[in-house]
Design a protein around this ligand. Structure first.
Ligand code: SAH
Length: 345
């Protein structure tokens, strides 16, 4: 019999599960509290559950609890990178970033990724599997426990394409925002996608108050195809239309991520085209100096080029910021810690 992944169950489902074991409803409440409020790493921490019940739970359930393989702390800005081992031996990475407004955790949504973006380290080995809701949640739970600090913001921007793991992502968001869990506000959650159009529309229809970030990275369809294979499936204009729809349904301002790649997408003409593309959308553009990976020859644009690009957008009245690089000394870029671990082992 397959074991039940109890940390992925919502409260109602957990009540049903406990009833199926012949347990009283208040046991479900206790268990839910241990998992999602007290963030127990182990069933044996749940001391107000009898030994007999804990034994029964061990026999019938899978208790997701990620093992910290490595924790790197940046000497520059206090950013922390975590490498976690899942119960099947796969490893994933997550990042804790400290800002004035609070702590933000960047989580992975899949083991690997099949989107193939040319500049990204996370996709080099392809997709291994989707993460379960419990495995997305536990990245945050473990980090909050290990660091001893409250986490207030979540960005789903680590390894994986969240909209390629849609149902688990939605379940994760529901559990994360549950008032009997970490109770994180939807407004403090950002989901980043390379632009899976039908799922952007589906997400819009859920009418959540989360922020949608679109990895655009190019000012036109031709250039986008060179950097992001997903552009062969969805035209850049379809992606932009989906973001207009998202804004219409939710009233949430869209974030566009634009990784500046030296000599590839960083010219004045690019800035002009980009302004025209997104000019009518209530949005914010986040410029990210590309983080070079050794498997590819892409380089960062120089400082003056980045500033000029930003100024051009500002002149065209686009909201824009340059993303501050964090954890530079600890393999900060997407997928690089996991990649170097896998190359060694
Ligand atoms: N699959 C999702 C989320 C994960 S990637 C997405 O595509 O949005 C998170 C962000 O980091 C994306 O904008 C991605 O394009 C960007 N990114 C990946 N590798 C990068 C690199 N080497 N330098 C700069 N940005 C990178």
């Amino acid at each position: 019999m397959e074991k039940t992944d109890i940390k992925s169950l919502d409260y109602e489902e957990l009540q049903q599960f406990m009833a199926s074991l012949g347990e009283k409803p208040f046991r479900a409440k206790q268990l839910y509290e241990w998992m999602h409020e007290k963030l127990a790493a182990d069933l044996d921490e749940m001391t107000n559950l009898s030994k007999g019940l804990r034994k029964k739970l061990k026999e019938t359930t899978d208790y997701t609890s990620l093992e910290v393989v490595e924790r790197l702390v940046s000497g520059i800005d206090g950013t922390e990178k975590y490498l976690f081992r899942l119960s099947d031996g796969n490893v994933i990475e997550s990042v804790l970033m400290r800002y004035h407004h609070g702590n933000s955790v960047c989580i992975s949504s899949q083991v690997g990724c099949r989107m193939g973006c040319r500049f990204c380290a996370s996709t080099l080995g392809g997709l291994t599997r989707n993460l379960k809701p419990s495995e997305m949640l536990d990245q945050i739970y473990r980090i909050q426990q290990v660091s001893g600090e409250r986490v207030s913001n979540i960005v789903v921007m680590g390894t994986g394409e969240p909209l390629d793991n849609y149902d688990n992502l939605l379940k994760f968001i529901r559990l994360l925002t549950d008032e009997h869990g970490l109770n994180i506000s939807q407004r403090n959650i950002t989901v980043s996608t390379c632009g899976i159009v039908e799922n952007i529309r589906r997400l819009a229809n859920e009418k959540l108050q989360i922020t949608l970030a679109i990895s655009l990275h190019a000012s036109n369809q031709e250039k986008r195809k060179e950097l992001m294979p997903i552009a062969y499936k969805y035209d850049i204009h379809e992606v932009l239309d989906a973001t207009r729809y998202y804004f219409g349904q939710t009233g949430r301002r869209i974030t566009f991520e634009y990784s500046l790649v030296g000599g590839v997408n960083d010219t004045e003409e690019d800035a002009r085209e980009l302004s025209a593309l997104v000019g009518d959308i209530n949005c914010h553009v986040n410029l990210i100096p590309v983080n070079p990976i050794k498997e590819r020859s892409y380089v960062q644009s120089n400082h003056a080029v980045i500033e000029a690009f930003k100024n051009k957008l500002e002149k065209n009245r686009i909201n824009v910021t340059i993303r501050r690089e964090m954890g530079r000394d600890i393999n900060g870029a997407c997928g690089q810690l996991r990649k170097s671990y896998m190359d060694e082992n």
